[in-house]
Ligand binder design. Structure first.
Ligand code: MSP
Length: 612
């Protein structure tokens, strides 16, 4: 059972709730969440949406071979990787690692989107052969992701043969079912977004040379009028079905704000979609099967990558029923409207979840090559370490709204939460001066009894409650893509544990006195148990730091999964397998404090990148 299920069923039993109706279940769930959030000092306002989410997690997820397939968008190769791209990848990586820890058979894909007009133009501007151009940039994405600890299981390039075959098959299915017809498209097109726009989606602007132009209201990119004979997809046929799907499944698009946004888009009629371009304009793409004068629209081509990965059309069904997409808000329309409509037309199951995140700006401005403020992830990792950057992006990244990046903020966050609070706690509680034998210390039930009659004080009991409730909260927040809230809750608990150690000042106790020694051991045991829980929970976010913590505590790899989140068993009168076991070797400082000058000195913005 997952921690959430365990905790939930325990809470239901302990409060003797009889589950007669969903309504009753919702009420009790809400109460439980309110109680849990109080322990971890989290906001108390939880919507019915959260309750429904929690309810659906109460199914048993423990089947160890249950598939989970998570994807990142595939990245355009017209520009080098920046922290915005890394944020998409780290978010998906975190969810993948989380699912692995829960015992799922998780598969995680990423890759590069290499066709289309924008890439054709970028290669031509660079004076390079398109494939060589794509290969070079695709390699740089791969390199950054590997460096950043992105544990992908599949990497795809849309120029691969396997992908071309999947796209051709997919097209043929849509065509043979009558969802694609030959027509004329007349309207606005944005090449940077590779997107068709209706007249209501464009506005007038004046360009840098004073000329009037039209731009996309959403992206600000320039649009051009085009009129072409090409193939159209019957998108308009699917509006009602899409509305029905989303209304019936309010958890598909998370966070919920984006779910509402898509419903709002679907309120209006949606026009049919042009799904090919004339070869005379676009050569760099997959030709339409049976019509070499037309090339398949890059978004149709790109979206099929998710199927190519799982071996479509041969034996994709095992994975295709459990697909979860991570996407930035700018590509929500493609994933929440076009893609499900294509899938419905092809007779394939729809995605289980579309996790949506917002964008990173830098020092208050949109990242752009012309402003020279594009943050190179390799530079950022050099300054802040891999885990420092991952922690910052996931701790500070609020998917519901745009977030701002600046070096000082990363610096402060890493120093206060990783170096001081977490590193300090580990250092204090494993120090040979307090624990000369370097074993996991013994817990004494007389010092820390169930009732308030030992040496522990009421704040200590509140801390225990908060840490016990933490796995459930973290799980809930991960599932809703509120990773920052999970980290906020962990951080609040770390502060409570530090305060616990500070309050009882174990260094002042007399180790020669048996009573003091028992209490000292108990303080350390409780603190190490807290650290063990934090270490396990932090693995999806900061894998290297978490490994350092758990290794120092002597926790074996088999004891690091979600089922091991059994906090302080000795308090419950149960055995603790770690008690009396040798601690792991001292691996030094957990996270080195970063000096401001050091960070400033090493600040250099993105080096030369591929042309946009
Ligand atoms: N190729 C398409 C996706 C096709 S998926 C079938 C694409 N590529 S992209 O390179 O432009 O963007 C890839 C991802 O990076 C998207 O999720 C996008 O939202 C994300 N980001 C790009 N810039 C970003 C920020 N400044 N901040 C956060 N994420 C951003 O779209």
């Amino acid at each position: 059972m997952t921690a959430l299920t365990r905790m939930f069923s325990h809470a239901l039993h302990s409060s003797c709730v009889v589950m007669r109706s969903p309504c009753c279940l919702l009420t009790s769930t809400k109460t439980l969440i309110l109680r849990l959030s109080r322990h971890a000092r989290l906001p108390r306002v939880y919507s019915i949406y959260h309750c429904q989410a929690l309810r659906c997690f109460c199914t048993d997820h423990s089947q160890s071979s249950k598939p989970y397939y998570i994807t990142t968008p595939i990245f355009y190769v017209n520009a080098s990787p920046h922290i915005g791209h890394v944020y998409s990848a780290v978010t998906a990586d975190c969810l993948h690692r989380f699912k692995l820890l829960q015992g799922y058979n998780s598969r995680f894909s990423t890759g590069t989107d290499e066709h289309g007009l924008k890439i054709q133009q970028a290669a031509s501007n660079a004076g390079e052969d398109p494939l060589n151009f794509c290969t070079e940039v695709s390699q740089s994405f791969k390199h950054v992701f590997q460096r950043c600890g992105i544990l992908y299981t599949d990497y795809i390039r849309t120029t691969e043969k396997r992908h071309r075959q999947a796209v051709e098959h997919f097209w043929t299915v849509l065509h043979s079912k009558g969802f694609i017809y030959k027509g004329t498209y007349e309207g606005w097109y944005s090449t940077p977004d590779e997107s068709f726009l209706t007249p209501t989606q464009v506005i007038d602007r004046i360009d840098s040379e004073g000329k009037p132009i039209k731009v996309s209201m959403e992206s600000g990119h320039k649009v051009e009028w085009m009129k072409e004979d090409n193939y159209m997809f019957r998108l308009s046929d699917f509006r009602t079905e899409l509305l029905h799907w989303l209304r019936l499944n309010p958890n598909i698009i998370r966070p919920v704000k984006f779910h509402h946004l898509v419903l709002q888009w679907l309120e209006d009629e949606i026009p049919d979609l042009s799904v090919s371009r004339q070869k005379s304009r676009l050569q760099w793409g997959i030709p339409v099967p049976g019509d070499p004068e037309q090339v398949i629209y890059v978004w149709l081509d790109a979206l099929v990558n998710y199927l190519t990965i799982v071996n479509y059309p041969q034996n994709h069904s095992q994975w295709w029923t459990s697909v979860h997409h991570v996407v930035g808000k700018d590509i929500l329309k493609f994933h929440a409207i076009y893609w499900p409509a294509f899938l419905l037309a092809a007779g394939l199951p729809l995605p289980q979840t579309i996790f949506v995140h917002s964008h990173w700006t830098v020092e208050g401005k949109k990242m752009s090559k012309s402003l020279g403020n594009v943050i190179n992830p390799l530079d950022a990792m050099e300054k802040f370490t891999v885990d420092g950057l991952r922690y910052f992006l996931l701790r500070q990244g609020v998917p519901d709204s745009d977030c701002d990046y600046y070096d000082d903020k990363v610096n402060k966050m890493c120093n206060s939460e990783l170096a001081d609070a977490l590193g300090g706690l580990l250092n204090r509680c494993t120090a040979p001066s307090l624990n000369p034998t370097q074993v996991y210390p013994h817990f004494c039930n007389t010092c820390f009894p169930k009732e308030l009659c030992g040496k522990a004080v009421s704040e200590d009991y509140r801390m225990l409650e908060a840490v016990s409730a933490l796995p459930v909260l973290v799980e809930l927040h991960f599932e809703n893509l509120h990773i920052y809230k999970a980290l906020e809750a962990i951080s609040a608990c770390i502060r409570l544990t530090n305060a616990f150690v500070q309050r009882h000042a174990p260094w002042k106790l007399d180790r020669k006195d048996p009573g003091d020694q028992r209490w000292l051991d108990t303080i350390l045991h409780v603190s190490l148990e807290c650290l063990r829980i934090y270490g396990i929970l932090l693995q999806p976010v900061v894998p290297d730091l978490a490994d350092k913590i758990l290794s120092r505590l002597g926790v074996t790899p088999e004891e690091r999964n979600w089922d091991s989140l059994n906090f302080l068993m000795r308090y419950e009168g149960r055995d603790c397998g770690l008690e009396g076991r040798a601690l792991g070797p001292d691996l030094g400082v957990l996270f080195n404090r970063l000096e401001r000058s050091q960070v400033k000195g090493r600040t250099h913005k993105m080096a030369k990148s591929k042309s946009q």
